[in-house]
Design a protein around this ligand. Structure first.
Ligand code: GAR
Length: 208
């Protein structure tokens, strides 16, 4: 049976769109986008979900523990198998990972372990990469664990940093060249049961 996927969002939702488009092309093998849950009622991602006919929900505001409890309850009601954080900017507590062990994926816009951790999200990541002067950056899809941005890495892809980059131009290049490709790929691998977590390492199994 197809795995039911919930996508957690907070903003524009271009990574959600990449998943919607991949599903349209039949590239989310054995996966079905079943729900979009947003931390904000204003997130444009909700509009993208609506247009794609995917049910959208707004999470209640509150402290991290209360938000996580509401989130887990909703995920269970919806019979979700895989949780995907796609630009989800809200802190959650360990109850989520206990309810969904090795079944929460996140996309981060750098090559972890560079430019990640608490407070390092969105455009800040690219500001830090430019300030450091790196020549390549990229994106990482990883399993989410209790430690911020430190769970087992599923896929990574690099993109060049160019001399005249601004945080915005670098963000766009990393989205286009890395994020929008990696996230659907990782989700599809998960849904085919092809990701095997061995300690910090994720082994990618061949298709049957
Ligand atoms: C993406 O670049 C994503 O990697 C990043 O926020 C952006 C969301 O864009 N996530 C993080 O920084 C998480 N630490 P989107 O809403 O257009 O997908």
């Amino acid at each position: 049976m197809a795995k039911r996927i919930a996508v957690l969002v907070s903003g524009g939702g271009t990574n959600l769109q990449a998943l919607i488009d991949a599903q349209g092309r039949g590239e989310l093998v054995n996966g079905e986008l079943a729900a979009v849950l947003s931390s904000s009622p204003e997130a444009y991602a909700l509009e993208r979900a609506k247009r794609a006919g995917i049910p959208g929900y707004v999470l209640p505001r509150g402290d991290a523990r209360a938000v996580t409890a509401a989130l887990v309850e909703r995920l269970r009601e919806l019979d979700i198998d895989l949780v995907v954080m796609a630009g989800f900017m809200t802190i959650v507590t360990e109850e989520l990972f206990q309810a969904y062990p090795n079944a929460v994926l996140n996309i981060h816009p750098s090559l972890i372990p560079s430019f990640c951790g608490v407070g390092c999200y969105g455009l800040h990541v690219h500001e830090k990469a430019l300030a450091y002067g790196v020549k390549v950056s990229g994106a990482t899809v990883h399993f989410v664990t209790e430690e911020c941005d430190a769970g087992p890495i599923v896929l990574q892809r690099a993109a060049e940093v160019l001399p005249d980059d601004t945080p915005e131009t670098l963000q766009r290049r990393i989205m286009e060249q890395c994020e929008w490709k990696l996230l659907p790929q990782a989700v599809s691998l998960f849904c085919q049961d092809r990701l095997k977590v061995e300690g910090r390492t994720v082994r990618i199994l061949n298709a049957e």
